[in-house]
Design a protein. Sequence first.
Length: 113
Amino acid sequence: MLSHTRINQYRTMWLYVFFDLPTESKQEVKVANHFRKFLLKDGFTMFQYSIYLRSCASRENALVHEQRIKRILPKKGKVAILTVTDRQFGKMKIFHGKKKEPLPIMKNQLELF
C-alpha cells in the first residue's frame, strides 16, 4: 500500500551549496568547472557564480544530494552546504540594485529512487 506524504512548506527543503575553489592553475580551473558542472547535472541552479541551490521534496532527499556532493569534494578550497525549509526560503528577499527581484521558480522534477 502506498502512503502519501503531504508536501508542505516545512517538509520541502532547499539545498544551498556555497563554494570558493582556487583557480590559479589550469588544473584548478578544470577541477572547479567539473564541480560546477556536477552541481548543474544533479539539478542545482546557479543562484550566484559560486552559490547553487536545489529544491528537494524532503529532508531525506536533501541528504541524498548532500552525500553526492561529499563524494566529489575537491581537494582544495571551501565548500559549504546549507539546508532550509521551503517556508524559510520563501521569506528571502532578493534585490538587484534597488529593484526587488522575484524568488526563483521551483522546478517540477521527477525523481526516481
